[in-house]
Design a protein around this ligand. Structure first.
Ligand SMILES: Nc1nc2c(ncn2[C@@H]2O[C@H](COP(=O)(O)OP(=O)(O)O)[C@@H](O)[C@H]2O)c(=O)[nH]1
Ligand SMILES: [Mg+2]
Ligand SMILES: [Zn+2]
Length: 322
């Protein structure tokens, strides 16, 4: 029987929707038992963004093979857990949405997501959303945020789904790409996706009850094709301007298994100076001649990022043996 290739555009438990991109015509599929057993370390063998081979004797189609992944991101259910859940695969970028207030930002949480992206070599765009709510009242907090994250080497754009500010810039940054939207619940991921293309219908402002009760830990990750703004993409073009993946979870993605001495490599601003440390390996905490601490004292590395690093070092010691 003829095997064809499609992309997984939605994953809800053991059910999948596939589409032969760039054509957008999702159809249901299940996994052939053999494929199911292959990847034993992950709780889910297939994720949104995966390219798969399938056959269609009947409905649903049957996924027969998962093609090699260019990259992926995972979430572990707890720090102790050996089991990893693959969130999405073959990403061009992660759009990490944050809001300084409502809900108040937790920088260590953001830094963990950023570390995970660095580990998986996924380019990051930080979106500072809901600026309509706090930029006027807290301009110094906004400036500090830019200083910390642009200083670390990340691109930060300001957006408001309410005023539309920054949405064109976000749409441009997502064009011709597969982007995973991630970040804490309530920061506006689904709203941003809808702002980029108002014809899309992600669930806004709703946290499913099933999720709160912790039942559907693999609840649906969905990919959305979006239309570009004219005149970049002609109106009659059937090809989407790009693809966006919304994340349903209450959490972002968790920490991967890292050795203590590895963690600093995934803070780009530390990596840039760590070659000049007197000792190798250097934990950048107490060692004499530490270039990271020198950069911290010189204001080149921000105390906030350094604190997140210390937190990760400490947690690493708490949960795992060296
Ligand atoms: N004022 C304001 N509210 C926003 C903005 N973006 C999202 N919201 C609201 O924040 C709440 C959570 O948004 P949602 O998109 O569901 O967040 P998600 O959990 O990250 O997907 C909703 O009530 C949205 O209407 C924004 O830019 N400004
Ligand atoms: Mg949402
Ligand atoms: Zn050092």
């Amino acid at each position: 029987m003829e095997e064809r290739i499609a992309t997984v555009v939605m994953n809800a438990g053991s059910h999948y929707l596939l589409s032969e991109l760039p054509e957008w015509a999702p159809f249901p599929a299940v996994l052939r038992g053999k494929v199911r057993l292959q990847k034993s370390t992950a709780t889910n063998p297939v994720a949104v963004g995966d390219r798969v081979k399938f056959v269609t004797e009947d409905t649903p189609a049957v996924i027969t093979e998962i093609l090699p992944r260019r990259n992926y991101v995972i979430r572990k259910s707890t720090n102790l857990s050996r089991q990893a859940h693959i969130i999405a695969a073959n990403l061009d970028q992660a759009v990490i949405a944050v809001s300084l207030f409502f809900p108040e930002i937790k920088l260590p949480f953001l830094d963990r997501i950023l570390v995970t992206c660095e580990v998986y070599k996924i380019p990051v765009l930080i979106v500072l959303n809901k600026v309509d709510l706090y930029r006027e009242d807290a301009p110094e907090a906004v400036a500090a945020f830019h200083r910390i994250y642009e200083g670390a080497g990340y691109r930060v754009i300001e957006t408001s789904c309410k005023t539309g500010e920054g949405i064109d810039e976000l749409r441009d940054a997502c064009s011709s790409k597969l982007s995973l939207f991630s970040g804490e619940s309530g920061v506006g991921k689904s709203s941003l996706i809808k702002a980029v293309d108002p014809s899309l219908d992600p669930k806004i402002g709703k946290i499913s009850l099933a999720h709160l009760q912790g039942k559907h830990t693999t609840s649906s990750y969905a990919m959305y094709p979006f239309r570009g703004s004219a005149p970049k993409v002609p109106r009659d073009s059937s090809e989407p301007a790009g693809y966006l993946i919304d994340s349903p979870g209450l959490r972002g993605f968790g920490l991967v298994d890292l050795e203590k001495e590895e963690i600093a490599k995934y803070f780009p601003e530390m990596l840039r100076v760590a070659d000049d440390c007197r000792f190798t390996p250097c934990t950048h905490t107490h060692e004499p001649g530490c270039a990271v601490k020198a950069a911290l004292e010189a204001g080149i590395i921000s105390p906030e990022r350094y604190n997140s690093y210390l937190g990760m070092l400490e947690e690493d010691g708490k949960f795992r043996k060296g």
